[in-house]
Write a protein that binds this ligand. Structure first.
Ligand code: KG4
Ligand code: ZN
Length: 344
């Protein structure tokens, strides 16, 4: 599936990870991610700090990716880069670097939509899904269910009306004093807790027929956690956090996973498509992966999730998407601009 006669460098800097990858001889030969630890104490990404860190990290990250793949910049046939969506300042660092490199080496530039990158992250390693497949993108910035009938065609079934699934994890983790990013600690604690401790509202919105549809809202569940803790006095709240932290995490995760997997099951039933991909940072969630796998076995659909390293932001997915775009003759002009609110 991946071209064997192409050596391509990919760069991803849309949020708080500076990432570079090299695709050569039909495989991703290196994928380096420099995560910016500077945001941990802030409960979220600080845009200005992120762009400055990208400037500091972009050269060593690209160099590390080239060295690990055992190629030099003179071996490169093309440069792929994320141009949106994301933080403007962060995108600009990777994009400017990629443009300069493409210009200097006189090789094509391929602009990649970050969300498209996530959607094709299931092609980084085997087994890859067949077309058509249903794709649930669940990240810190997006939650979207699409049908992918063929390459570069995305038919939306539904998306979130407010917060993204990952954002809900981050905000709930902040309320629980678990730091940023919130997904991993909540996921870890959820495995030890009682999911029936508290019934949180479902993040799935009703469709036109009044039954649960494919649109989501994650702000209600976050507010529910907020009010639940706020309505306790200081001593009760402390006791709740001391004794039931894992139970709150498990109950929250159960509501999120039920909504996401429920939507996938209904989408399979409605479309007849029997291949499902789950991508983006939240696809690293152990509860979600296990529940999707179990639903697939019960209902007869196949589930494709990237390796853990390729769930979170990375440049391997930009490399694969860039190679597909190049194969389809899609290159970008050197005046390509960063598009912070680009849609899928
Ligand atoms: O795809 P990603 O790296 O960046 C965006 O494009 O947004 O996703 C990051 C999001 C964060 O909100 C993080 O809390 C969430 O993915 N995340 C998880 C887990 N690991 C990361 N959410 C739930 N469970 C996890 N294990
Ligand atoms: Zn992402």
């Amino acid at each position: 599936m991946l071209p064997t006669d192409l050596t391509l460098l990919a760069i991803e800097s849309s949020c708080d990870d500076t990432a570079a990858a090299v695709l050569t001889e039909g495989r991703v030969a290196s994928s380096v991610v420099a995560s910016q630890r500077i945001h941990e104490g802030f409960g979220g990404v600080v845009p200005e700090l992120a762009s400055r860190a990208h400037q500091r990290l972009i050269v060593p990250t690209v160099e590390a990716a080239l060295v690990e793949a055992d190629v030099t910049k003179h071996d490169l046939d093309a440069v792929a880069v994320t141009y949106g969506p994301g933080l403007a300042g962060s995108l600009l660092v990777g994009l400017s670097f990629a443009k300069a490199l493409a210009l200097g080496l006189d090789i094509p530039l391929v602009g990649v939509n970050h969300l498209e990158g996530h959607v094709y992250s299931v092609f980084i390693e085997e087994p890859c899904p067949p077309f058509p497949y249903l794709c649930l993108t669940v990240s810190g910035g997006h939650t979207q269910l699409t049908l992918v009938p063929e390459g570069f065609v995305h038919e939306e079934l539904g998306r979130t009306r407010d917060d993204a699934a990952g954002e809900a994890y981050d905000k709930v983790a902040k309320l629980l004093g678990l730091g940023y990013p919130g997904g991993p600690p909540v996921d870890r604690l959820a495995a030890e807790g009682d999911p029936t401790f508290r019934a949180f509202p479902s993040p799935r919105l009703p469709g036109a027929d009044g039954r649960p549809g494919f649109a989501f809202s994650f702000s209600g569940i976050k507010t529910n956690v907020l009010y639940f803790l706020r309505d306790l006095n200081d001593a009760e709240r402390q006791r709740m956090l001391d004794e039931h932290l894992a139970d709150i995490c498990a109950s929250f995760q159960q509501a999120v996973v039920d909504a996401l997997v429920g939507a996938l099951r209904d989408a399979v039933r409605e479309t007849g498509v029997e291949a499902v991909a789950i991508v983006g940072g939240v696809s690293a969630n152990r509860g979600l992966r296990a529940a999707a796998e179990a639903a697939g076995q019960a209902d007869g659909f196949a589930v494709f999730v990237p390796q853990l390293a390729h769930c979170m932001d990375n440049a391997a997915m930009i490399a694969v998407t860039g190679a597909f775009k190049l194969g389809a003759g899609q290159t970008s002009p050197l005046h390509l601009t960063a598009q912070p609110s680009l849609a899928l």
